[in-house]
Design a protein around this ligand. Structure first.
Ligand SMILES: [Zn+2]
Length: 541
């Protein structure tokens, strides 16, 4: 024992002597403050899309970021639940769900005995244009248990900085915006317009009303979704054609639903974001403002067709062209010299189960229902008739505590039996128990670490499931999904663009939690309350 201690001390002294002396970093001496920070997120956008489709990009879109930005080539989420709600919360809080609390798009709430939605808030209502105002439930960040970059910017400027958050998806806009934004807007397909919630405002500002009243969806009436001539392997074919009902006016509800599965909604959304910059005077005030934008069509289309489809190729190329226009708009209204842009994604995506099977990569289709059945059966065999499992969600099994009590079975023992049965299923890589998380007795493995970053003591279930690589919990064979720790779901772009950043490609491994940490450090702000990311100092001027 003594020998070991001496050896350890010696090793520590040698390490200290050999480590490079601490060097000051001049870039932090005085915070630089652009007029506007834009955090751009594309839903379900894998890093490899930037490389695969680069030959087909135009000049001012993604190429503007790739040529002029600090591009991190190996940015991977270090958690197990790569889903939309958790991803957006992670990017702007710089923390994982164990801290920010958004463990899924929805999860089972044991006290309320029902599933709760990540952005739900029954004390709020939707704020929309015209007669529809106030009729639907609203959304808010009440389930988010950490502050965001925008929150810290607002607090540091005594709320003079403006923070606006926009997405087609409510949860993306709400979770990126955090607790104190000036405004958050998302798209209500049923109404065919952008809306907000009474959490943020009592009525939409006039410019949003005007935008909605102009019915931008109308200009797509009569259009087909036809692949661009440049889209590889598509040969300009029609990818989706709308068939109106006889005598229907356009845009009607059916048309709006169709449009919501085409790239065109990204164009409308970026037009709305450009309007927001102009109308809310972002980048014109005394402080740095922040705009967070998440484009959602890439996710909707990716789910239906998979990452190797011509549809995903085409939405990527079209998004590139829409972004070129958006960046030009920013230049006109704020001046790009005054803007920093940070770009990332909330998650990647798996190939479709059909693709996986065809190319013998793995099982293809995972069957979560079979996992639950196996766990219930094992518990019944061990302890008698159940019901033993009360609920399940994307990655958790929740044990029925009434049954445990009635049969006098220790929770830890039941968790173990359920986890063992789940882990024996071919589509499950690992199953961890609540007791393992709580007592710190997880195995020392990368997958256990990722699971721990996803596990929230208050909200997570009793058994935590990790699907095997290429076992995709998709609802269809030809569609696909994401939500696992594997690199196809976890690796995303991370680019910083603007006067504070050294352009170039950086192979340094990093994580999306470094986005908020880097921006907060460079702006001279307090890090968001739960942020665990590291400022990427090598990319700073
Ligand atoms: Zn998705």
């Amino acid at each position: 024992m003594l020998r070991k201690t001496v050896l350890c001390s010696l090793a520590a002294i040698i390490l200290l002597a050999w480590s490079a002396p601490l060097k000051p970093d001049a870039s932090f001496a005085s915070p630089s403050r652009p007029k506007l920070v834009v955090v751009l997120v594309i839903d379900q956008f894998r890093y490899d899309y930037l490389m695969r489709f680069r030959p087909y990009f135009v000049k001012g879109g993604f190429n503007r970021l790739l040529d002029g930005g600090a591009v991190f080539t190996d940015c991977r989420y270090d958690y197990a639940t790569t889903i939309t709600g958790p991803g957006h919360a992670t990017l702007l809080t710089g923390a994982y769900p164990n801290i920010h609390g958004i463990i899924g798009n929805e999860w089972y709430d044991r006290e309320q005995k029902r599933k709760v939605y990540c952005a739900e808030d029954t004390s709020t209502h939707e704020v929309a244009s015209g007669d529809e105002a106030g009729t639907a439930p609203g959304f808010s960040p009440r389930n988010l248990t950490a502050s965001t970059l925008g929150d810290e910017l607002r607090i540091a400027t005594n709320f003079r900085a403006k923070a606006v958050s926009i997405s087609l998806k409510d949860r993306a806009a709400v979770l990126m915006g955090g607790h104190t934004p000036s405004a958050a807007y998302w798209y209500d397909t049923g109404l065919g317009g952008f809306v907000s919630s009474s959490y943020y405002m009592s009525a939409l500002p006039a410019w949003v009303d005007d935008f909605d009243k102009q019915t931008p969806t109308k200009s797509y009436c009569g259009q087909k979704w036809q692949a661009l001539p440049e889209t590889p392997d598509a040969k300009g074919k029609v990818l989706s054609d709308f068939q109106p009902s006889a005598g229907a006016a356009c845009p009607d509800a059916k048309f709006l639903r169709w449009l919501d599965n085409t790239p065109f909604m990204n164009e409308i959304e970026l037009g709305f974001a450009s309007d927001a910059v102009r109308s809310e005077h972002l980048g014109k005030g005394p402080e740095t403002d922040i705009l967070t934008v998440s484009l959602s069509e890439n996710d909707y289309i990716g789910h239906r067709f998979g990452p190797y489809s011509v549809e995903v190729a085409d939405v990527t190329l079209r998004t590139d062209r829409y972004l070129a226009k958006f960046f030009d708009d920013l230049d006109k209204s704020v001046g790009l010299d005054n803007v920093w842009i940070a770009f990332s994604a909330d998650h990647g995506v798996a190939p479709t189960p059909a693709f996986i099977q065809e190319h013998k990569l793995g099982i293809g289709l995972a069957r979560p229902a079979a996992v639950r059945e196996a766990a219930e059966k094992a518990l019944t065999q061990a302890f008698g008739p159940g019901p033993w499992i009360e609920a399940e969600d994307e990655v958790h099994l929740f044990l029925n505590r009434d049954t445990l009590k009635a049969r006098n079975v220790a929770e830890a023992k039941a968790e173990e039996v359920a986890a063992e049965a789940a882990a024996a299923q071919p589509d499950i890589e690992a199953a961890f128990t609540r007791t393992q998380f709580v007592t710190g007795s997880l195995p020392n493995s990368p997958i256990a670490r990722k699971a721990a970053n996803s596990f929230n003591f208050k909200r997570s279930g009793d058994v935590f499931l990790v699907f095997a690589p290429y076992a995709v919990p998709s609802s269809t064979f030809t569609g696909t999904t994401h939500g696992t720790p594997w690199n196809y779901d976890a690796q995303v772009p991370l680019i910083f663009w603007g006067s504070a950043f050294k352009p170039g490609f950086y192979a340094t491994p990093c994580q999306p939690i470094d986005l908020a940490a880097t921006l907060a450090a460079r702006l001279g702000l307090t890090q968001p309350s739960g942020a665990q990311g590291m400022p990427l100092a090598s990319a700073l001027k």
